[in-house]
Write a protein that binds this ligand. Structure first.
Ligand code: 13P
Length: 258
């Protein structure tokens, strides 16, 4: 059984004070949640203070990015050990905004993921196609390249420290969610790739999150799909009530197709 995971990616939002207020509201609201893992990813400047608020609660801390080297002359970068030092248990890598605006490649994402795993943290690795790629029939090829590239040299034993997130670029911040069927089609495909590379057991254990305009109103339908194990939430994770409602989504059975 895969434990659902709901993660909030706060992106470039919130001062330290605002981050702490939001984190405080969440740890209070969600203190009884045990059936779902909860992760929040504030900006770097808020991590240390938010980490203290999350310590010993049901809410875990993530960074939105990291560097692959542990230390050295890498101006402007933050390493995995330093992120662990302020309480991070998870780090997001390969977000489409980093691929798009900062030129991150599958290889660089893989190197970072391996650094995260080496230090005992969990990598949340994002993949996803643009609308153009989807419309030109490249969807599965793009996803396969990104997944295989990101998982290069990651061993079967290390896969327990990997969470994948499928985030179609056209659904991010647009209000346009992939339908649950569209999302499930890609999630099932990704699980098939894992099966091919790592075998049935690891494919069945690895969690695959969906991201892209997830809201309290669509989470239940997404979570009813067999291969959707959680969500990576952007905009709606900035409002305590909305994020808490997403974490407390109602479990529903998938409606039979008519
Ligand atoms: P939105 O939920 O705002 O569409 O963002 C999704 C996302 O990019 C999470 O990483």
């Amino acid at each position: 059984m895969r434990k659902p995971l709901i993660a909030g990616n706060w992106k470039l939002h919130n001062t330290v004070e605002e981050s702490c207020q939001l984190a405080q509201a969440l740890v209070t609201d969600l203190n009884d949640v045990t059936e779902t893992e909860i992760v929040i990813a504030p900006v770097f400047t808020s991590l240390s203070d938010v980490g203290k608020i999350c310590a010993g609660t049901t809410v875990q801390l993530a960074a939105q990015n990291c560097h692959c080297m542990d230390d050295g002359a890498y101006t402007g970068e933050v390493s995995v050990p330093l992120l662990a030092n302020v309480g991070c248990s998870h780090i997001i890598v390969g977000h489409s905004e980093r691929r798009q605006y900062f030129g991150e490649t599958d290889h660089f994402i893989n190197v970072k993921a391996r650094a995260i795993i080496k230090h005992g943290l969990t990598a949340i690795i994002c993949v996803g196609e643009t609308l153009e790629q989807r419309e030109s029939g490249e969807l599965f090829e793009v996803i396969a390249t990104q997944v295989r590239g990101a998982l290069e040299e990651i061993s079967p034993e290390q896969m327990s420290q990997v969470v994948l997130a499928y985030e179609p670029v056209w659904a991010i911040g647009t209000g346009k969610t992939a339908s649950s069927e569209e999302a499930e089609e890609v999630h099932a495909y990704i699980r098939g790739l894992l099966h091919g590379s790592y075998g049935a057991e690891i494919a069945a254990q690895c969690r695959i999150l969906y991201g892209g305009s997830v809201k309290p109103g669509n989470i239940s339908e997404l979570m009813a799909e067999d291969d959707i194990d959680g969500a990576l939430v952007g905009g709606a994770s900035l409002k305590a009530d909305d994020f808490a409602a997403i974490v407390r989504y109602k479990k529903t059975l998938k409606m039979a197709a008519t």
